[in-house]
Design a protein around this ligand. Structure first.
Ligand SMILES: NC(=O)c1ccc[n+]([C@@H]2O[C@H](COP(=O)([O-])OP(=O)(O)OC[C@H]3O[C@@H](n4cnc5c(N)ncnc54)[C@H](O)[C@@H]3O)[C@@H](O)[C@H]2O)c1
Length: 274
């Protein structure tokens, strides 16, 4: 079990879904948690529950991210883990109907917000020669077809930024990793205004969406984050950790529309003459 005793962790998007599950798990494992989110009531309630702190942050605004990092350091003396997790679905629809405004807001939240997070975490971690930075990317950033265009592009960029900054910040013993979730049951994936029944229907869909036949839970991502944030992962940096029940592994060969599987019983294939 990943020990986070006395770590100080700042989690953007910590009021809901993956961020909220991570805030709870980190607190259970001994961390001081700062929740940074736009959703004030939910964030403050959760912070209260886990004896952490809430700060209202819009990750698209550099001054907000900078102030949240400084507040964490001021309150707890240091920042050990920065988790850039805030996100939303971004622009939907066909490419020829996507507006410049939709492009900007999608990239601002999903990429610029992560850039600000890494930048300001590095600023306070470098003088200590310690720290680790995590971001939530997605399987959609690894291959096409899992999300709308700009979401996929932004998440691919988060994976690249993880790798380029991991190379730079290793000099200061700062590790930088990201997590690529598959289908996880959260308001973002089910629909932000989803009621309980719609959430349940999404959970049923998600249970059948990948080789591992259960729905992905925010806690699955939180466990990966806890491991990557812990000393057990001290030799891991620049890594994009996939947590997806196998959805991005590929299609099972037995379900391919291939000549072999259509014309022969599935058993050992023997060459002619044997
Ligand atoms: N749920 C999935 O299936 C899935 C899959 C892959 C990746 N992700 C990623 O996981 C991350 C968390 O999403 P989730 O599924 O838990 O969704 P969620 O909607 O439950 O949580 C997202 C949180 O981010 C906050 N947020 C959004 N914009 C913000 C901003 N500008 N400033 C500050 N906070 C902001 C929201 O208020 C919310 O609390 C996102 O980056 C998302 O892209 C989710």
């Amino acid at each position: 079990m990943a020990d986070l005793q006395n770590q100080v962790a700042l989690i953007t998007g910590g009021a809901s879904g993956i961020g909220a599950a991570t805030a709870r798990l980190f607190a259970e494992r001994g961390a001081h948690v700062v929740i940074a989110d736009l959703q004030e009531e939910m964030g403050a309630d959760l912070a209260n529950d886990i004896e952490g702190t809430f700060v209202r942050v819009d990750v698209t605004k550099e001054a907000d991210v900078q102030a949240a990092v400084d507040a964490a350091v001021e309150q707890y003396g240091q920042l050990d883990c920065m988790f850039n997790n805030a996100g939303f679905g971004g622009a939907l629809g066909p490419i020829d109907e996507t507006s410049e405004e939709d492009y900007d807001i999608t990239m601002d939240v999903l990429l610029k917000g992560v850039f600000f997070g890494i930048k300001h975490a590095a600023r306070v971690m470098k003088p200590r020669n310690a720290g680790n930075i995590l971001s939530t990317a997605s399987v959609a950033g690894l291959m096409a077809g899992y999300s709308p265009h700009l979401y996929a592009v932004a998440k691919a960029a988060v994976i690249q930024l993880t790798q380029t900054t991991a190379l730079e910040l290793a000099h200061w013993q700062i590790r930088v990793n990201c997590i690529c979730p598959g289908f996880i049951v959260t308001p973002l994936a089910a629909g932000l205004d989803a009621d309980e029944e719609q959430m349940m229907r999404f959970r049923e869909f998600a249970a059948g969406a990948q080789p591992v036949k259960r729905a992905g839970d925010p806690r699955d991502i939180a466990e990966a984050a806890a491991f990557l944030a812990s000393d057990s992962a001290s030799f891991i940096t620049g890594h994009a950790q996939v947590v997806d029940g196998g959805v991005s592994v590929g299609r099972s060969w037995t379900r391919q529309a291939s000549w072999i599987t259509q014309t022969r019983p599935i058993s050992v294939y023997r060459p002619p003459g044997r």
